[in-house]
Ligand binder design. Structure first.
Ligand code: AKB
Length: 311
């Protein structure tokens, strides 16, 4: 098995992806890389290297010298943080992508995974069951960078035959690793506060419906997409993927069903505007048809697993 590199491996997706890839392909096959100097405990079952996705030559040399053939590029600034630092968000979210696309174009890499997001959609997009191909006018820096990235992925595939694959992730809910800087982060934080104090103040209003997904589904979907035969991958920008959709008040009701004394309050902040520009729910029929995608966790099942596992 040729070597796989996960860049941005200490983040919410990266941590669980490295663990899943290692249990599938072997610990030594999957190199975890991140800005952090020291490897976190959870990733110490395999190789780790300190690597900055913005250090183009450093990344190039490492990949060429170590004969890495597959890269998952997860280093990014998410929606809320990106609004506070637009220049850096654009730089980080775009430059690393070109480094990897160019390596694939030059024949050093066989396959690339790059994450897109539901943030590619905007207020003019149909909000319910948002189709795979539709109006896309993102209003956030993060969304603009993801939409531009999608265009570049498709371009490198069409012009240079680069095997690049991508998913428009919804908000991801996990208990092994924390999210950081996203608009959907409330849907993870709520479980920690429910367990710690039984109270949660949400930075989005009660009726803000957003597409979400339990991390096990997201990781399985990512690996299934990467393992699918190339001729089945008809979308080279990024696939819509649906898990479950809910609003903060609906999520709170599901938590109250298992923890009746749980209380929620609402204090919407600047993230409300971001959330209001995103879809309520996603149509993922293209992913279902092309490579057999199907989510396993609905809101109820996800809430149960989260409450059982969050410490
Ligand atoms: C965010 O909230 O920024 C992310 C995303 C939906 O891409 N979780």
């Amino acid at each position: 098995m040729s070597k796989i590199l996960v860049l941005g491996s200490c983040g919410q997706i990266g941590t669980e992806l490295v663990l899943a890839l290692r249990s599938k392909y072997g610990n030594e096959t999957v190199v975890a890389a991140d800005l952090k100097e020291d490897c976190p405990l959870i990733l110490q079952n395999g190789p780790y290297i300190q690597l900055d996705a913005l250090q183009r030559e450093h990344v190039r040399n490492y990949i060429i010298e170590h004969q890495i053939k597959e890269v998952y590029l997860l280093a990014a600034l998410l929606s809320a943080t990106a609004e506070k630092n637009p220049d850096f968000a654009w730089k980080l979210n775009m430059e690393g992508l070109f480094t990897i696309l160019d390596l694939a174009k030059e024949g050093y890499l066989n396959k690339i995974f790059w994450p897109s997001s539901i943030a590619v959609f905007g207020p003019t997009t149909p909000a319910d069951q948002t189709p795979q191909h539709t109006v896309m006018e993102p209003t956030t820096v993060y969304g603009i960078s993801k939409q531009a990235g999608e265009r570049w992925c498709e371009y490198y595939h069409n012009k240079f035959g680069v095997d690049v694959r991508s998913i428009r992730y919804p908000g991801l809910i996990s208990y092994k690793s924390l999210p950081g800087g996203g608009t959907t982060d409330y849907a993870v934080d709520i479980f920690y506060k429910a367990k710690a104090s039984g109270n949660f103040t949400c930075f989005l209003g009660p009726d803000t419906m957003l597409p979400m997904m339990f991390m096990d589904d997201a990781i399985r979907g990512t690996i299934e997409l990467m393992e699918a035969p190339a001729d089945q991958i008809k979308v080279r920008s990024a696939y819509n993927l649906a898990g479950c959709s809910f609003s903060p008040s609906e999520l709170a009701s599901e938590i109250q069903a298992l923890q009746p004394d749980f209380k929620i309050a609402y204090e919407p902040d600047f993230r409300q505007e971001i959330a209001d520009s995103w879809p309520n729910s996603i149509d993922d029929s293209a992913a279902q048809k092309d490579w057999g995608w199907k989510a396993k966790f609905d809101t109820k099942a996800m809430v149960q697993v989260m409450l059982e596992n969050v410490k």
